[in-house]
Design a protein around this ligand. Structure first.
Ligand code: ADP
Ligand code: MG
Length: 695
C-alpha cells in the first residue's frame, strides 16, 4: 500500500484551486492527471521580469518592470472601438498603457489615478510614443509578492495558459510532504544536494538559465531519485525472478555438435562468447533472462538455435517466437535443414493454422513429438500446452516492455528466456529498459559481408533515382522503397505511399511493383511480401512494415524517402534489409533540403558507418534519449527529470547504489528501505514494491 503521507500528491489534479474538469483534461495531456505529475514536470523555460528600468531608458521588446505614477485614464469615446488608455509617467517621461476590450471599473481599481504602480511587460513604440499593451502584471509596490520577478514556464497545449499551469504547479509544490531521506547522507553531502522537498522547490523556482539546466544541482538530485527508482525497481523484479528457481539445463552437447558440424561456416568470436554466456545461464539453477543484442545480419538466429538444441538435449522443448507469421515461416525454412541433420523435430504454428491441422500440431506439441516450435508472439498469449518447455526465445522484440516481460515469465513452469533484438541500444539506455536482464552483445558481423554503399541525395533528384532503379530492375535487381513516415497520421502515410506506387508502376511496369502498408491485413501483406520474396516483384513499396525484418536476400537496393524524418536506429534497421548476400548493395537516403545541422550530422553518421552500436550511441548524443527510439517504440521508460544522454554518469551510480541497497536490505525493511519504498511509489513503481513482503 502506498504510504498515506504521499496521498496529497496522488490526489487528482482537480483538487487544486483553479483546476476544473476542463483544465484538468488539458493538464493531463502535458503532465498527467495527478498532483505528483505536476510536481515532477520540470519547467521548460523562464520569464525574468527582474529587469527594472525607467521609461526613457527602457529597451523595446524585452520583458521588464517599470515603477510609474498613474496620471489619468483616457477611455475611448462611447461607441468607438478604440482601445482604453491609461497615461503614466516617471521622472524620465510618459508611457501609455493600452487595453483592448477593457473593463473600466476593473482598470480604475488596479490603476487608481495618482498612485504608484509596478507594471511589467514589453514596451513598444507607437508613432514615437512609448506604450505597453496589456501589461503582464500590475502590482502595488507595497505588495511586491503580487508580482514575481521570475516565473517558470511549463509545457503547454492549446487552451492551457502559462498562468494556469504555473498556479497549479505551485500548489503541487506546497502539497509535497517532508519525506524521510532515502539517499545516503554522505552521497548527498559529496554532491552538495539538498533534501528532496527542497529540491522540488528549487526546481520550480528557477532564477536563471543555469537553474533550468539539466546539470543544476536540484535537477540532478531529482534525476538521480528517478534513476534510482528505475534501477531499484528493475532489480527488485530481477531479484524476485531469480528467487523463483529455474532448472539446470545441462545437455550432453551431441545435438549441438552435430549442428555445428553441418554449418557451412564457423561461428564468429562474438557468437561463441554469447553462446557461452547463454549455456552458463541455462546450466545454472537460476532462471535465465537474457537479452541478446546484435545488428541485423549478425547471426543471432543460429545462436538461438544452438541454445534451443541444448534444451532439446535434455529431453525438453524450446520455442522461438517471431514478430510476424512470415518471419516465423522464414525461420522454419532456414532452420529445417539443420534441424533434420541434428535429428530434432521442428514445427511452425501460426494464427492461420485452423481445424485438424492445428489440433494435430498442438497434439504433437503436447506429447513431446515436436522438439522445437516456431510461432508468433501472438501465439504465446493463447494457452498452448507443451510437454516440457525449457526455453523461450523471443525474436526482434524491441517493442516489449518490462511489464509484458514480467507477465510472460510469471506464466507456467518458468522456462529460461532469451530475448533477441536487432535494435542496437546504447548501453545506458539499455540499462534503464533492460536492467532486469543480463546482456549479451554480438558486436561483430560474419566475415565476407560487403559494405552497403550509402548515399544522401536531395529529393529534387528523385527522377535520377527512379531512372537508376529502372536500369537496376532491368538487370533483375530488387529494391525496397520506403515512404515518408508521417507521425500521428497513417492516413498521410498511405497517400504518400500510394502516390509513389503509381509513379513507380508507370516508370517500371505495373506488374513489377508491390505495395504494403499498415492498413492491410496480415494475409494481404504476407501475399505481397511473398511475391517480392519469390522474385516476381522487383520493387516493394512500404511504409515501415519491412522494418520488422522480412528477409529477401536478393534485394540489393533500398531507397528511403524523407530519410531526415526517421530515427537513426530505424534507418540503420531499414538499411539492414539489404547487403544480405554477396552482391553489392546500395542505400539511397533521399532528403528534403534544407537540412539542419543535427539532421545533416545524423545522416552523415549513417553514411559513414554500419556499426549499429556506434550509430545508436551517436543518435543518443545528437538527439537525446527522448527521441532515440522514436515515438512508436514503447517499452522504454520515459523519464521526466532524468535525461540519460546527459545523466549517464548518474545512471551508473544509481545502478551501483541499487545493487548495494538490495545486497544489504533485500526486502527494503530497514528505515532507509522504507524511505526507498516511498521513492518507488513516488515514481509509480508499485509493480516493483509488490515484489516485496509487506512491512
Ligand atoms: P540476424 O537474425 O542476427 O539478423 P541471421 O541469424 O538471420 O541474422 O544471420 C544472417 C545470415 O548470416 C544468415 O544467412 C546466416 O546463415 C549467416 N550467418 C550466421 N552466422 C554466420 C557466420 N558465423 N559466418 C557466416 N555466415 C553466418
Ligand atoms: Mg533475425
Amino acid at each position: 500500500m502506498r504510504p498515506t503521507i504521499l496521498n496529497p500528491l496522488f490526489a487528482d489534479i482537480t483538487v487544486l484551486n483553479g483546476v476544473g474538469p476542463k483544465i484538468a483534461a488539458l493538464i493531463s495531456r502535458v503532465a498527467g492527471s495527478r498532483v505528483v505529475d505536476l510536481l515532477l514536470t520540470p519547467p521548460s523555460g523562464l520569464i525574468d521580469r527582474s529587469f527594472r528600468s525607467t521609461i526613457a531608458d527602457a529597451p523595446l521588446g524585452r520583458i521588464l518592470t517599470l515603477r510609474v505614477t498613474v496620471d489619468r485614464h483616457d477611455p475611448p469615446p462611447k461607441g468607438r472601438r478604440l482601445p482604453y488608455k491609461v497615461i503614466c509617467s516617471d521622472h524620465t517621461g510618459f508611457i501609455t498603457l493600452v487595453f483592448f476590450h477593457a473593463r473600466q471599473d476593473y482598470l480604475k481599481k488596479v490603476l487608481p489615478e495618482g498612485e504608484t504602480r509596478l507594471v511589467s511587460g514589453k514596451i513598444e513604440d507607437f508613432n514615437g510614443a512609448r506604450q505597453m499593451a496589456h501589461p503582464d502584471y500590475i502590482a502595488d509596490p507595497e505588495k511586491p509578492d503580487d508580482m514575481p520577478d521570475f516565473e517558470p514556464v511549463y509545457p503547454l497545449t492549446s487552451g492551457l495558459t502559462s498562468a494556469v499551469m504555473r498556479k497549479a504547479t505551485a500548489q503541487s509544490v506546497t502539497r509535497a510532504p517532508d519525506l524521510e531521506e532515502w539517499q545516503e547522507p554522505n552521497w548527498l553531502k559529496a554532491r552538495n544536494w539538498s533534501s528532496w522537498k527542497a529540491a522540488t522547490e528549487t526546481l520550480h523556482a528557477p532564477k536563471s538559465d543555469a537553474d533550468l539546466s539539466l546539470l543544476a544541482p536540484a535537477r540532478q538530485r531529482l534525476a538521480y531519485d528517478e534513476l534510482l527508482a528505475n534501477q531499484l525497481a528493475l532489480m527488485l523484479i530481477r531479484q524476485a525472478r531469480v528467487k523463483s528457481k529455474g532448472r539446470a539445463i545441462k545437455g550432453d552437447g551431441i545435438l549441438r555438435a552435430r549442428a555445428r558440424k553441418a554449418l557451412p561456416f564457423s561461428l564468429t568470436g562474438a557468437q561463441q562468447s554469447a553462446l557461452q554466456e547463454i549455456f552458463a545461464d541455462m546450466e545454472s539453477g537460476e532462471r535465465m533472462v537474457r537479452l541478446l543484442q546484435g545488428d541485423v545480419g549478425s547471426g543471432k538466429t543460429i545462436v538461438a538455435f544452438l541454445a534451443m538444441l541444448a534444451a532439446v538435449e535434455t529431453g525438453a522443448q524450446a520455442t522461438l517466437m517471431a514478430p510476424t507469421g512470415i518471419l516465423a515461416q522464414q525461420h522454419l525454412e532456414s532452420l529445417s535443414p539443420l534441424a533434420s541433420t541434428a535429428g530434432v523435430r521442428l514445427d511452425v504454428l501460426s494464427g492461420r493454422d485452423k481445424g485438424a491441422v492445428r489440433s494435430e500440431k498442438l497434439q504433437r506439441l503436447k506429447n513431446g513429438e515436436t522438439n522445437i516450435l516456431i510461432g508468433t508472439h501472438a501465439l504465446f498469449q493463447e494457452s498452448i500446452e507443451f510437454q516440457d518447455l525449457a526455453l523461450v526465445v523471443i525474436d526482434e522484440q524491441h517493442r516489449f516492455g518490462v511489464r509484458q516481460r514480467m507477465a510472460l515469465t510469471q506464466k507456467g513452469p518458468k522456462p529460461d528466456l532469451l530475448v533477441m533484438t536487432a535494435t542496437p541500444i546504447p548501453r545506458t539506455l539499455s540499462l534503464t529498459a533492460y536492467g532486469d536482464m543480463d546482456h549479451s552483445r554480438i558486436t561483430e558481423k560474419p566475415p565476407g559481408r560487403k559494405p552497403v554503399d550509402t548515399r544522401t541525395v536531395p529529393a529534387s533528384r528523385i527522377h535520377d533515382v527512379i531512372a537508376g532503379l529502372k536500369r537496376a530492375t532491368a538487370q533483375n535487381e530488387q529494391a525496397y522503397w520506403v515512404c515518408p513516415l508521417v507521425e500521428e497520421s497513417d492516413v498521410l502515410d498511405l497517400t504518400a505511399a500510394e502516390e509513389r506506387f503509381e509513379t513507380l508502376k508507370s516508370a517500371i511496369g505495373s506488374d513489377k511493383v508491390g505495395l504494403v502498408h499498415g492498413r492491410m491485413t496480415g494475409p494481404e501483406k504476407d501475399a505481397v511480401m511473398e511475391r517480392f520474396h519469390s522474385g516476381e516483384l522487383s520493387i516493394l513499396i512500404a511504409t515501415t512494415v519491412i522494418e520488422v525484418g522480412v528477409n529477401a536476400p536478393n534485394a540489393t537496393i533500398i531507397i528511403i524517402e524523407h530519410a531526415e524524418r526517421f530515427g537513426l536506429a530505424q534507418l540503420h534497421q531499414l538499411r539492414g534489409r539489404v547487403g544480405r548476400s554477396d552482391k553489392k548493395s546500395s542505400c539511397i537516403l533521399l532528403y528534403k533540403p534544407p537540412l539542419g545541422e543535427t539532421a545533416k550530422a545524423r545522416l552523415n553518421v549513417l553514411r559513414d558507418t554500419e556499426d549499429g552500436f556506434l550509430i545508436a550511441e551517436e543518435d543518443l548524443r545528437l538527439r537525446g534519449a527522448g527521441d532515440v527510439l522514436g515515438a512508436a517504440q514503447s517499452g522504454f521508460p520515459k523519464f521526466r527529470l532524468a535525461d540519460i544522454a546527459v545523466h549517464g554518469e548518474l545512471l551508473a551510480a544509481a545502478r551501483d547504489d541499487a545493487k548495494l541497497i538490495l545486497s544489504r536490505d533485500g526486502q527494503l525493511s530497514s528505515a532507509r528501505g522504507k524511505a526507498l519504498r516511498a521513492l518507488l511509489y513516488l515514481f509509480s513503481r508499485d509493480d516493483a514494491v509488490k515484489m516485496l513482503s509487506a512491512g
